[in-house]
Ligand binder design. Structure first.
Ligand code: ZN
Length: 421
């Protein structure tokens, strides 16, 4: 077999790459797991394998910055257990190549999370480390706990900035932020200690602002407590006065945005309402990142998956380019992984090939409201590090009748990622 310059050529697709500002028909060549060329025309004779993707969109592998994937511990009622999902079944089939776990593990449990999930998944898994040392274990209490012991996530004594920040430093680039979530008390301590940990590790803090408490209004969180680059989760939930009574975006949200606080969708099972998103977007309050908040309560409900959430934003009037940007380069920058979320030459060849279908579709919010739409994104193909891990219609595969009798394989390790190494 003659040596070729490229391992794989995706030919004739419409490339959307926010970092370079490209939205045009381009060939994408891949070599050694990296993007090797993006050009109006690449000579197919220089590629070992050529796949025709004309009529489809070619984008960076999608980055979902809010998921819950600490599965397999067996703990009931816990995001470090039964509420989480193994990532690979929910990511690659919708073009997602990178996810960021939103605080399922804390510094006490991160080693287990890394061994159990991060090191064993084909999806690239990054993490926000929970400020709670025990992580996101819901209303559970330590086994044999005395009467009156607070549940893990309400235990201020287990929210320590120093060990949290130090664990994040030890896993730089994998732990990409600090998370505080679900706190029900009136204190600011969970937010303040998260910011302290984030400062130690030089990473952003993501805040799920928990129960709405008059002692800690959203305006103070966004106007004073958070730093530029910190992230407000569940921006269209309406649970913490994101909209005021007259249906306008809370001035505190605008104030936060002016200061550089960033906002993510975090759709989930209870955090996305049309009656919040529609007026907010009409007022111009768009997300910095489109994300799922994937977990057992959202996977089969209104949320479904990253492409379904992206399609909702198309239906809300955002351009396809904008929706792709907010699902690739936007979130990659927010977690300071600027090596990801784009198709620059030399970048890891994480690629999604998407089909924008037209038809009669409907999108459901977290509370059962439907919005009719006529366009929907579907994933045709997903590549991680240059290998095809998912290929809905077999675009990369030969017709079976052309193959030798009794064929057992059709791929090559240079591009084929079907089988696990
Ligand atoms: Zn979440």
């Amino acid at each position: 077999m003659a040596q070729t310059r490229y391992d794989l050529l995706l030919q004739g697709g419409h490339v959307i790459d926010a970092k370079s500002g490209t939205s045009a028909v381009r060939d994408v060549a891949i070599a050694g797991g990296k993007i090797a060329a993006v050009a109006p025309k690449v000579d197919p004779a220089e590629a070992f394998k050529v796949v025709d993707v004309s009529g489809l969109y070619v984008t960076p592998g999608l980055v979902d910055m809010h998921v819950h994937v600490f599965a397999g511990t067996g703990e009931k009622g816990s995001y470090a257990g039964d509420n989480s999902l193994y990532p690979d079944g929910f990511t690659l089939r919708v073009g997602v190549t990178t996810v960021v776990d939103a605080g399922c593990a804390g510094w006490r449990t991160f080693a287990d999370f890394k061994d159990r999930i991060i090191d064993r998944s084909r999806t690239r898994v990054l993490a926000f480390l929970n400020i709670v040392g025990n992580g996101m274990r819901g209303a559970n209490r330590p086994p044999g706990a005395l009467e009156g012991t607070p549940p893990y996530e309400q235990d201020l004594a287990d929210m320590e900035a120093k060990p949290t920040g130090e664990m994040a430093l030890q896993h730089k680039g994998v732990i990409v932020g600090i998370k505080t979530a679900h706190y029900e008390g009136p204190e600011w301590a969970p937010v303040e200690r998260s910011v302290e940990a984030g400062t130690i590790a030089n990473v952003p803090v993501m805040v799920d602002f928990g129960a709405n408490k008059p002692e800690r209004p959203i305006s103070e969180l966004l106007g004073k407590k958070l730093r530029p680059g910190d992230i407000y989760a569940h921006m269209y939930s309406g649970l913490r006065r994101e909209l005021t009574e007259d249906g306008r975006v809370n001035p505190g949200m605008w104030e936060g945005r002016k200061r550089g606080v960033l906002f993510e969708v975090g759709h989930g099972g209870g955090s996305f309402a049309w009656y919040v998103a529609v007026p907010a977007i009409k007022e111009g309050f768009l997300p910095d990142a489109i994300s799922t908040d994937l977990h057992i309560g959202s996977m089969n409900a209104g949320m479904k998956d990253q492409l379904n959430v992206m399609s909702k934003f198309l239906a809300l009037g955002l351009s396809l380019e904008d929706v792709i940007a907010k699902s690739t380069w936007g979130p990659a920058r927010m977690v300071k992984r600027e090596d990801l979320g784009h198709l620059s030459v030399g970048a890891p060849a994480d690629v999604a090939v998407l089909n924008l279908q037209t038809g009669r579709f409907g999108f459901v919010d977290s509370f059962g409201g439907r919005l009719k739409a006529d366009r929907k994104l579907v994933c045709e193909m997903t590549l991680r590090d240059g290998r095809i891990l998912y290929d809905l219609n077999g675009l990369a595969r030969p017709d079976w009748e052309t193959l030798p009798k009794g064929y057992r394989t059709t791929g090559d390790a240079r591009w084929d990622g079907y089988s696990r190494r």
